[in-house]
Design a protein. Structure first.
Length: 301
């Protein structure tokens, strides 16, 4: 496949550089291509859904400053969500030793209500930390490597407003590994099982990646729970395609939002249980003296 160069996509970048610097651009292009997971600015990433930009794009310093403010906000959000989970189970799910999100000392209704709250908070915690990390890379790319602001579009598009699983995963959740999942899982399985096989292949590979990430903690992994969450979300999207082919309309509206939240959070219990029992939720991501919650509420006992 013939690639579109950054010169063709973002000519303003080349105009900003002095002529003596242009001969080095091939190395900058190669480095940018190697690190550009979504393929932003290149034509090999087809049907990529890019969220609408809200930051000032005509000024790199202003763009970086806005990203920095959002970085601080999302770091604070991450800390608050993690602290809340740790407060709900300081000796179990909130500890570095790990523990179940299902509190056996509670009656069933309270037990699963608590686990649902933990799962929701855990999802928001993951969203916040991915967003914060993306902002760090954005600031480095724009200020250090002098990349054009158009190469760093938003990572998320308010996933809590999704009215279908398809919209949640294809448009509103981050697309950082989209092409990797399609190439390694989606396309091979689609050769045998068609479109639905391609969908399941994408989510199976996503499960493998996240299971390996958990294994990296040195406490083993739990592919049945981690991979199961992603497989069931792929299966849910297959159900939506079946609904559309049977009923003649897409999943959407308020019932689509309820369906999406129930399915994602419901099956989210499995991956959250795996993360909690391995001690990931209770890990020290930030030093205690840097946690905003420590200064406001005090350290957890």
């Amino acid at each position: 496949m013939r690639l579109k160069t950054l010169r063709a996509v973002t000519p303003q970048v080349y105009v900003a550089f002095p002529p003596t610097f242009r001969h080095k651009q091939v190395f900058i292009d190669a480095f940018e291509l190697s690190c550009n997971l979504r393929g932003t600015g290149w034509n090999w990433s087809q049907y990529l859904q890019i969220p609408q930009e809200t930051r000032p794009t005509n000024s790199a310093p202003a763009f970086a400053a806005t990203s920095f403010l959002s970085l601080i906000l999302h770091l604070a959000m991450f800390d608050i969500f993690q602290y809340s989970i740790q407060w709900l189970g300081p000796s179990a799910v909130g500890s570095a030793e790990g523990g179940s999100i299902f509190d056996a000392s509670l009656p069933p209704f309270l037990r699963y209500s608590k686990s649902t709250i933990i799962t929701f908070l855990g999802g928001m915690m993951i969203y916040s930390v991915v967003q914060a990390g993306y902002h760090v890379l954005t600031i480095i790319g724009v200020l250090v490597f002098r990349q054009d602001t158009s190469l760093w579009p938003p990572a998320f598009r308010s996933p809590w407003f999704s009215t279908s699983l398809t919209e949640f995963w294809a448009k509103r959740w981050h697309q950082l590994f989209r092409d990797v999942f399609i190439a390694v899982g989606g396309k091979p399985l689609s050769l045998f099982l068609g479109r639905l096989g391609g969908i399941l292949g994408v989510f199976i590979i996503s499960g493998v990646l996240h299971a390996l990430g958990l294994w990296g903690m040195g406490r083993g992994t739990d592919f049945l729970k981690v991979g199961g969450f992603f497989f069931m979300n792929g299966l849910g999207i297959c159900f939506e395609h079946l609904w559309r082919s049977t009923i003649g309309q897409r999943v959407g509206g308020w019932y689509g939002w309820v369906w999406t939240m129930v399915w994602v959070i419901g099956w989210g219990h499995t991956i959250m249980e795996a993360w909690a029992t391995k001690g990931l939720i209770g890990s020290a991501f930030l030093p205690q003296d840097m946690r905003i919650t420590t200064h406001i509420f005090g350290p957890l006992q």
